[in-house]
Write a protein that binds this ligand. Sequence first.
Ligand code: GUN
Length: 304
Amino acid sequence: MTTEIERTPGGAIIMNGAALRDDTVLRLRAEIESMGLGYPTVCLATVLVGDDKPSQIYVRTKHKKAAEAGMTSTHVGLAIDATQAEVEDTVRTLAADPSVHGILVQLPLPAHLDTEAVLDLVPAAKDVDGLTEASMGRLMRGRNGHVPCTPKGVMRLLERYEIPTVGKKAVVIGRSSLVGLPLAVLFARKGVDATVTLAHSRTTDLVEVCRDADIIVGAAGMARLITAAHVKPGATVIDVGVSRTESGIVGDVDFDSVQAVAGAITPMPGGTGPMTIACLLENTLEAARMLGAIPPAPATNKGR
Ligand code: GUN
């Protein structure tokens, strides 16, 4: 990464996810271009049911960044009243299409749809979101598979800023299967070796739990839940929360107060959000490899 380390007025390192995303996109593009012509283009497919504006923006950004990374993408938009059969048929068609390598079903689906039944139709190799039972099971078993994008992006940020994790105390707030649960597993993995506490909305005395932590990740979707009172001086604070409030989108971290105490902090926007997309694209390239559509990873990228 070429950019200088930036700091907040209080001296905390700003963990710049947008810059790391840009670097990742360039690296993926270089990898794809190095394969030369003649290989099938790496292709990401997205499925969006309904017309939720923020979801439309997320999906559009995913396509834009896929193009920048040298990939193609395809999108299926379905009406808000699409039937279970229509959504399932869409996913089945993409699953069977050899020109599609990664499938992302934008969540949440409208309430009348059975999300689990839809996700069950995504083959493990194409599950670039890492959300299916197969991918989650592989993560728990420590087997090769796609790791969910937001937790993977958090780990990438920690690596990039050389935040130590071995033997450190990490508190993850939020137990969603999209972020909190898989992130807790990643923290506990051999090689990462953190001691993890998985806190949530029913945790009593969250301040007490967090004040001991070397790394705090807010993934509860509770606006400005984490304040300076929660943070040990020098701790790393990562914000994954997204709450839509009257004053716009707000994270789980009260940035202004926390930056004065923390050693490193993610900005909002420009922190974990861009890394989710970077990791989606990483997973899509990996999916094409798993499917045998493109050659194995270059030696320097093994195990990344
Ligand atoms: N909605 C919000 N974040 C995500 C994500 O990472 N993946 C999917 N599929 N839907 C989301």
